[in-house]
Ligand binder design. Structure first.
Ligand code: COA
Length: 316
C-alpha cells in the first residue's frame, strides 16, 4: 500500500484522473468538465482534498473529499465531510481494493486534519457525482467495509428513455382536473425566484432551494427551469418541479405541499418537467437520488435503475 504516491488534483494531472475514472468506474463516463464541476467548481472546494494516486508514473486512483465550509450558509458545518468520488485500478504491485483503500486513507487523514468528524460517501447535495456507491462497484464497497464504513442509507437513480416521449392520457386528464380546481402550472420567472425559493427552503430545506434558484438563474443559458403549481385564487404555492439544475438531463427536485399531496399535482409536474427536458433535445433523462420507488414507476420510458449504498464512518 505504502509505495503509492499521491498528487493533488490540478489541471496538469487531470487527464490521469480521467483515465483512471473511465477505467475503474465503468458505469459512468468522465471528461475534464465532469471532474472540474465536482471538484474545482464546488463552492466548498478545498485544494488539499482531491488526489491522484500513482505507482511509479502510472496513475492508479483518484478521490475527492469535501466539507461543508461555505454553503449552504445556514447549514455550514466544517466537521461534516464527504468523499464524493473514489476510483481505483490494480497496478503491478497493488490490487484494486488496496488502491481504493489507500486513497480513502489519504483523504480521511486530510479531512481529519482539517476538522472533519464524520465522513459520508457520497450523498453530498451540491456538486455531486452520485448519491452513494453504485452497488456494482464491488471493490469500492469491499474497501470501504474493510475500513469500517457501514451502510447508513440507500437511494436509486431512474434512467428514463425520452425517445417517443408523450404525456399519457391519464396525466392529461389529471391536468384538466387541476385546472378545474383552479390550480395553474407555469414556468417560474426570475421575478418570482426569491419568493419561490423561500417557500422551497421552508418546506424542503436549503439544498433544494439552491437547485431551484440556479435552475431559474441559468434558464437562458442552459434551458433549465422550475415549474410551479399555484392556486390561482389564493396565489398559494402548491408544488414545484425542477429540471436541468445541476445537469442538463436531470429531473428534480420535486415537492408538493403536504396537504395537497395524493391528488395528482406531483404526477402532472413530473411529466411536464420531463416534457421540457425532452424539448431541450435530451433523449436519456435521469431522475437522480430518490427513495420514492412507486411515484416514478409511472414514467413509461424507465430503462434502467442504479442502486446506491450511502456509507459512513466516524473519523474520531
Ligand atoms: C413525491 C411527491 C412529489 C408526490 O406528489 P403528489 O402530488 O402526492 O403525487 P401524485 O398525487 O401525483 O401521486 C402520488 C402517487 O401516485 C402513485 N402512482 C404511481 N403511478 C401511478 C399510476 N399509474 N396511477 C395512479 N397513481 C400512480 C404513486 O404510487 C404515488 O404514491 P406515493 O406518493 O405513495 O408514492 C410528494 O409526495 C412530495 O412532495 N414528497 C416530499 C418530497 C419528495 O420526497 N420529493 C421527491 C424526491 S425524489
Amino acid at each position: 500500500m505504502s509505495h503509492l504516491r499521491f498528487e493533488e488534483l490540478t489541471e496538469k494531472n487531470i487527464d490521469d484522473a480521467i483515465a483512471v475514472c473511465n477505467q475503474s468506474l465503468r458505469y459512468d463516463s468522465f471528461d475534464p468538465s465532469v471532474l472540474r464541476k465536482i471538484v474545482f467548481q464546488d463552492t466548498n472546494f478545498e485544494p488539499r482534498l482531491a488526489f491522484v494516486a500513482y505507482e511509479g508514473s502510472e496513475p492508479l486512483g483518484f478521490s475527492a473529499g469535501v466539507r461543508l465550509i461555505k454553503q449552504p450558509a445556514e447549514n455550514v458545518d466544517p466537521s461534516a465531510a464527504w468523499i464524493k468520488i473514489l476510483a481505483g485500478v490494480a497496478g503491478n504491485e497493488t490490487d484494486e481494493v488496496d488502491v481504493v483503500s489507500s486513497l480513502c486513507d489519504r483523504v480521511e487523514v486530510e479531512l481529519l486534519n482539517l476538522g472533519g468528524k464524520v465522513v459520508r460517501i457520497s450523498d453530498y447535495a451540491r456538486a455531486r457525482m452520485w448519491p452513494g456507491i453504485d452497488i456494482r462497484y464491488e471493490t469500492i464497497l469491499e474497501a470501504l467495509e474493510k475500513r469500517g464504513y457501514s451502510k447508513v442509507g440507500e437511494a436509486v437513480d431512474y434512467l428514463v428513455a425520452l425517445r417517443g416521449f408523450s404525456i399519457p392520457r391519464r396525466i392529461q386528464r389529471l391536468r384538466g382536473e387541476l385546472e378545474k380546481r383552479g390550480i395553474e402550472i407555469t414556468l417560474a420567472t426570475k421575478a418570482v425566484s426569491e419568493s419561490l425559493c423561500g417557500w422551497v427552503k421552508e418546506k424542503f430545506g436549503p439544498g433544494w432551494a439552491y437547485e431551484v434558484a440556479i435552475s431559474i438563474e441559468n434558464a437562458e443559458k442552459t434551458r433549465s427551469g422550475t415549474l410551479v403549481a399555484k392556486d390561482v385564487k389564493t396565489g398559494e404555492i402548491i408544488g414545484f418541479s425542477t429540471h436541468g439544475a445541476l445537469e442538463r438531463d436531470w429531473f428534480g427536485p420535486i415537492g408538493v405541499d403536504e396537504k395537497n399531496r395524493k391528488s395528482g399535482v406531483g404526477s402532472v409536474l413530473l411529466f411536464e418537467s420531463l416534457k421540457l427536458i425532452r424539448l431541450n433535445g435530451v433523449t436519456e433523462a435521469t431522475i437522480p437520488w430518490t427513495g420514492h420507488l412507486f411515484f416514478y414507476t409511472q414514467v413509461p420510458g424507465i430503462n434502467g435503475i442504479r442502486h446506491y449504498h450511502i456509507m459512513s464512518k466516524k473519523l474520531i
